[in-house]
Write a protein that binds this ligand. Structure first.
Ligand SMILES: Cc1cc2nc3c(=O)[nH]c(=O)nc-3n(C[C@H](O)[C@H](O)[C@H](O)COP(=O)(O)OP(=O)(O)OC[C@H]3O[C@@H](n4cnc5c(N)ncnc54)[C@H](O)[C@@H]3O)c2cc1C
Length: 487
């Protein structure tokens, strides 16, 4: 159990962090108390914004001593309310927004050292300034931070080639709950000194400490890229197409995203300035990006050949390759606006599931039919990272039904049903968003005793007083029986 911070502790923190780093003003706190989806509302005793690793260390030392809960927060774009404080108002939010320096950039080592509060698109710009790139991107890139991306082991649209955030983290600097600083920033490509604390902190969702900086892998800048929009009838054909593309282009294909016709229609309806790339509507659409370094053959040539052959033999129905950068960006905007268009359209029971890539087409078709049969009138909208075997399998309320009331009443049952469908196919209920608060109950229900015991043992060892982000990721012993409450 954590405690409510007393006035003396709050005064000490206010003096330590100064007016820029400490506030209790309800207006300052308000934007940080609700999750991005607007579904989970919390409260906090104060918002702390330290400006250095030393200040974070002092904050955690004091919080540990007084047994006060700390909720780390970056851009607050978590899809699972991971950065939203509990409703009791006793926690302190620790925002990394003032820790936004890029400490170094090396084209020779292909490494950037960035502080936790650096926004992803700023890292993209910094890497571009030395002829490199950071190969992870997602629709929240203008807000999501390096600390949040590592803590959720974020994925995005280039996982197919470069893996998730874990694969791009070479080193981490973090403050452990005791206040000790773990200096693991050295960007060695090889380092076998036993247990890997960096990888333990990646995906820990702020439950084991606060990441303050990271060494990140850079890769050569893109010389040429080809972006295609493809229309097809059968999702199974998409996997055949992906394998053909790999055979023809090697590692050139970085993104392979799927959007159903109803998803494209939502974007066209709600996002100003968007238009359909193909003349006709198609049951499924694919967004494909292939890249090549400067001086190499244009990937548009091989992409065009494979797509042309696929149309000729009936595998796909139509395709367009963007004629220029502006058109390429407009194709990407359609994909990246999916979450926003869906949010504008109404509430949905949202899921971020993965299954083996080869099992995904059947999952899309059979899963949809199963959900719509079990919950009559509901509408499934599944889109996302098909090439990684990961889709956002969202279920919307029946037409004419109050979506908030429906979600309150049926949301949990719908989610359990979808998560169990993925589990039955050897899949995961969280491909890239993490567990946070909103998936804790189903995670506790399905994780199995060995995984739960290991998770709790690690948590207990590194955070014995349970101050780090309570209520997220780690189900308490009673949660398995009671449906997910954390210890
Ligand atoms: C429109 C949209 C599209 C998205 N698309 C994708 C996608 O394609 N793929 C994907 O993986 N995610 C996606 N997300 C989810 C989200 O952007 C990621 O989870 C992102 O990694 C969160 O970064 P953040 O800085 O906003 O972290 P926050 O939301 O602030 O925090 C996320 C978690 O990390 C913890 N945390 C934050 N900073 C630190 C730190 N410095 N040290 C320790 N713990 C910390 C928090 O406590 C919380 O548990 C999307 C979100 C939106 C809104």
């Amino acid at each position: 159990m954590t405690c409510v911070p007393d006035a003396t502790l709050l005064d000490t923190l206010a003096r330590l962090l100064g007016p820029k780093g400490f506030t209790r003003d309800p207006a300052d706190l308000a934007p940080w108390l609700t999750d991005w989806r607007g579904r989970v509302h919390g409260a906090a005793a104060a918002l702390l914004s330290p400006s250095s690793t030393a200040e974070v260390a002092e904050v955690l030392r004091l919080a540990d001593k007084h047994r006060v809960a700390i909720v780390p927060q970056g851009g607050n774009t978590s899809m699972v309310a991971g950065a939203t404080p509990p409703a009791d108002g006793a926690a302190l939010i620790l925002s990394t927004r003032r820790m936004h320096a890029i400490r170094s950039l090396s084209a020779e080592d292909n490494v950037a050292v960035a502080e936790a509060g650096v926004v992803l698109s700023d890292l993209h710009d910094a890497a571009a300034s030395i002829g490199r790139r950071f190969p992870l991107s997602l629709a929240s890139k203008g807000t999501a931070t390096i600390g949040g991306l590592i803590s959720t082991n974020a994925g995005g649209t280039q996982v197919l080639r470069f893996g998730t955030m874990r694969a791009l983290v070479l080193g981490i600097e973090a403050v452990l709950p005791s206040g000790e600083i773990f200096d693991g920033l050295s960007a060695l490509r090889k380092d076998n000194r036993g247990y890997d604390l960096r990888q333990l902190l990646a995906g820990a969702e702020g439950t084991l400490g606060v990441i303050t900086a990271a060494s990140l892998r850079l890769v050569p800048a893109i010389g040429l890229r080809a972006v295609a929009w493809v229309g097809l009838r059968e999702s199974q054909a998409a996997i055949t197409l992906l394998r053909r593309l790999e055979a023809a282009t090697g590692e050139a294909v970085e993104s392979f995203e799927i959007v159903p016709d109803e998803g494209l229609a939502l974007v066209l309806r709600h996002i100003p300035g968007t238009r359909a790339p193909l003349a006709d509507a198609h049951r499924w659409n694919l967004l494909i990006e292939a890249v090549a370094p400067a001086g190499a053959a244009d990937p548009a040539d091989s992409l065009g050949t494979v797509l042309g052959d696929a149309i000729a033999d009936g595998l796909i129905e139509d395709a367009a390759i963007a004629a220029n950068e502006a058109q390429a960006e407009s194709f990407w905007r359609l994909r990246e606006s999916m979450s926003e268009a869906e949010r504008i359209d109404g509430l949905a029971a949202k899921h971020d599931v993965s299954v083996p890539v080869s099992a995904m087409p059947a999952f899309l078709d059979e899963g949809r039919a199963a959900v719509e049969a079990r919950f009559p009138g509901t509408r499934v909208l599944a889109f996302g990272h098909l090439g990684d075997g990961n889709v956002h399998f969202n279920v919307r309320a029946p037409i004419g039904v109050d979506d908030r009331a429906w979600l309150e009443r049926d949301g949990k049952a719908v989610s359990a049903f979808v998560h169990d469908m993925a589990g039955a196919r050897g899949g995961s209920l969280s491909a890239e968003h993490g567990i946070g608060q909103t998936k804790l109950a189903d995670f506790a229900r399905t994780a199995g005793p060995a995984r739960l015991a290991a998770l709790r043992a690690i948590k207990e060892a590194l955070d014995p007083r349970g101050i780090m982000n309570p209520g997220k990721l780690v189900p308490g012993p009673r949660a398995v029986a009671q449906g997910g409450r954390s210890q």
